[in-house]
Design a protein around this ligand. Structure first.
Ligand code: ZN
Length: 56
């Protein structure tokens, strides 16, 4: 669990360890793996974070 949290904080894909791409949008930002393993949408104004994972 600790290593998993550390990986999230370092902004790398939990599956392939590639750096996550950051994309800002009006409501917050998106972090995603270029290979489609992982996607995280943060809506700053709502305090909501949605995580999509497709770990094989
Ligand atoms: Zn990945």
């Amino acid at each position: 669990m600790l290593s998993y949290v550390k990986r999230l904080l370092t902004n790398t894909c939990p599956c392939c360890n590639d750096p996550l791409a950051h994309e800002h949008h009006p409501l917050g930002y998106v972090k995603s793996c270029a290979r489609g393993h992982y996607k995280e949408e943060t809506f700053s104004y709502l305090g909501v974070r949605i995580v999509y994972k497709d770990l094989e």
